[in-house]
Design a protein around this ligand. Structure first.
Ligand SMILES: C[S@@+](CC[C@H](N)C(=O)[O-])C[C@H]1O[C@@H](n2cnc3c(N)ncnc32)[C@H](O)[C@@H]1O
Length: 150
């Protein structure tokens, strides 16, 4: 709420940021001094490409992406599922965290958006970890369970 009484969302909330932080200036400071300098080059490239897409509100933020990467490394994750890929920012963050023989089952109803990020994921050398399947996740997962059931 602004001092005038008008309802004005903070700038970072307008761009889909889901942080608990209420201060735009503080969030920008954290991004500029801590998050962006640590962001791997392919993720920076994917973030910038995604920012030009009309549905960019859907993307994972850079701070979330780095937190996800850290958690995956801490638990030595090897196999993960990505349900909802969009252009692949959190997918790339995951792929960079997994070991070379790690695997990600990536499901999305929209392959076109995944293909925006795919050249960057390939250039980063981690596309071999990703098994992308197009379609609604629940029926795809049900089918996979049926396929392995006796
Ligand atoms: C919030 S975005 C995902 C953001 C993504 N993880 C990133 O880091 O940019 C949600 C995604 O879920 C996908 N989606 C929506 N319904 C789905 C469903 N039933 N099954 C699979 N994907 C779905 C949308 O196409 C969209 O790409």
């Amino acid at each position: 709420m602004a001092a005038t009484g008008e309802t004005q969302p903070a700038k970072h909330q307008e761009v889909g940021h889901k942080s608990l932080l209420q201060s735009d200036a503080l969030y920008q400071y954290i991004l500029e001094t801590s998050v962006y300098p640590r962001e791997p080059q392919p993720m920076k490239e994917l973030r910038e490409v995604t920012a030009k897409h009309p549905w960019n509100l859907m993307t994972t933020s850079a701070d979330e992406g780095q937190f996800l990467n850290l958690l995956l490394k801490l638990i030595n994750a090897k196999n993960t599922m990505e349900i909802g890929v969009y252009t692949g920012y959190s997918l790339l963050s995951t792929a960079l965290a997994l070991p070379d023989d790690g695997k990600i089952l990536a499901l999305d109803i929209n392959r076109e958006n995944y293909e925006i990020g795919l050249p960057i994921i390939e250039k980063a050398g981690v596309a071999h970890k990703i098994d992308f399947r197009e379609g609604p996740a629940l029926p795809l997962l049900d089918q996979m369970v049926d396929d392995v059931s006796p």
